[in-house]
Design a binder for this molecule. Structure first.
Ligand code: PLP
Length: 407
């Protein structure tokens, strides 16, 4: 019998598991850990969306298998959102497919369009499925920097010139998880022109489309004229409407890619539970003030967090968008790497964060701090961090044992 399965052999141990285990052990010892690790929204789904789900579930005709590509009204609602928000027209029949969260869509599109021997250009650091969707599909991944500027375009150019065979697709994710960086339309114009020139597909992940805090509003790559010739874009209900557990997202854009994803999905699933699709339709078509409130909430948390970290001596960039602070590890701890530093922060400051290594090797100089607890808990986390950074732990080279405690 096979010793180890080929695809499983390509999946390294889950980086976050070590910190998660240390967190579980601390909690088992009744320690109060402020968990700013995972990007799991803590606020409830708005009541009118929940009410629609409850109403739909009372109707027995919703209880059977649903439509894998999404019910027509839901695909129309997503097309309506693109018109309102981006002034982009989509044909709900051929240019939109509903997915079981955008993560599922990204993974199944990777399976649909790549095979062993293909090369895909993937940002590093980035959300893990961007890379591992293709790794699971057997393709090879080439890391590229993920800054929406000329450095990235030059790196892409180099990657295309030096990859054999030529890359077939490129992933981008702005606003980015984990960095919070945001692209503008001029950057997307250059990216689309580059992709057309080299005949490369673009997969744009716009999961954080609505989480922005300043005057700059995240654009869609599909706003670029002709982008649909090469690009598909993923959006998600998870963060926009606090519906992470509902598992509802979308892919929209290039017909060939949408058709490939729809085809693979037709073999794999029967669509999300119809009441979830009905409630998601209501969310997209209904009042949008819940999104303004959510933005206000995250902005307040962001400001408390960034200011408090600065007062603790940890200067971090202010994210313009997304739900994370991407913090470079303070210099005197940098030799530890992000996993050991995260364990140390947990042990000493009683705060859980995500080690940057979990987003790729170029993330190992940073940790990601998610704004998923209320300001009171964030202040508690900041007291712990300040005590840790300004306390007597602050020696230059701290040795850390497997439990995250100074050896
Ligand atoms: C950049 C990015 N893309 C996609 C996802 C997955 O979202 P969904 O819940 O729609 O699968 C996340 C979730 O955190 C994310 O950060």
């Amino acid at each position: 019998m096979t010793e180890e399965f080929h695809r499983i052999r390509r999946l390294p141990p889950y980086v976050f598991a070590e910190v998660n285990q240390a967190k579980a052990q601390a909690r088992a010892r009744a320690e109060d850990i402020v968990d700013l690790g995972m990007g799991n929204p803590d606020s409830p789904t708005p009541p009118h969306i929940v009410a629609k789900l409850v109403e739909a579930v009372q109707n027995p005709s919703t209880h059977g298998y649903s439509a894998s590509k999404g019910i027509p009204g839901l695909r129309r609602a997503l097309a309506g959102y693109y018109v309102r928000r981006f002034n982009v027209e989509l044909d709900p029949e051929t240019e939109v497919v509903a997915t079981l969260g955008s993560k599922e869509g990204l993974a199944n599109l990777a399976a649909a369009i790549s095979s062993p021997g293909d090369t895909i250009l993937v940002p590093n650091p980035s959300y893990p499925i961007h890379q591992f969707g293709f790794i699971i599909a057997g393709a090879s991944v080439r890391s590229i920097p993920h800054t929406p500027d000329h450095a990235m375009l030059e790196a892409l150019d180099r990657a295309v010139r030096h990859s054999v065979p030529k890359p077939t697709a490129l992933i981008v994710n702005f606003p980015s998880n984990p960095t919070g960086l945001m692209a503008d339309l001029d950057f997307y114009r250059e990216l689309v022109a580059f992709a057309k020139k080299h005949e490369i597909y673009i997969l744009s992940d716009l999961a954080y489309a609505e989480l922005y805090y300043g005057d700059r509003v995240p654009p869609s790559i599909l706003e670029v004229p002709g982008a649909k010739d090469v690009a598909v874009e993923f959006t998600s209900m998870s963060k926009t409407y606090n519906m992470a557990g509902w598992r509802m997202g979308f892919a929209a854009g290039n017909r060939k890619l949408i058709s490939a994803l729809t085809r693979v999905k037709s073999y794999l699933d029967y669509g999300a539970f119809t009441p979830i699709q009905v409630a998601s339709t209501a969310a997209l078509n209904g009042p949008q003030d819940c999104i303004d409130e959510m933005r206000k909430l995250y902005k307040e948390r962001r400001d408390v967090l960034v200011k408090g970290l600065k007062q603790a001596g940890w200067d971090v960039p202010v994210p313009e968008a997304g739900m994370f602070v991407w913090a470079e590890i303070p210099e005197r701890f940098r030799n530890l790497g992000s996993v050991e530093f995260s364990k140390l922060l947990l042990a000493r400051a009683k705060v859980a964060v995500a080690p940057g290594l979990g987003f790729g090797e170029y993330g190992d100089t940073h940790v990601r701090i998610a704004m998923v607890e209320n300001t009171q808990r964030i202040r508690q986390a900041l007291r712990g961090i300040r005590g840790f950074l300004q306390g007597d732990n602050a020696g230059p080279a701290i040795e850390v044992g497997s439990d995250g405690v100074k050896a």
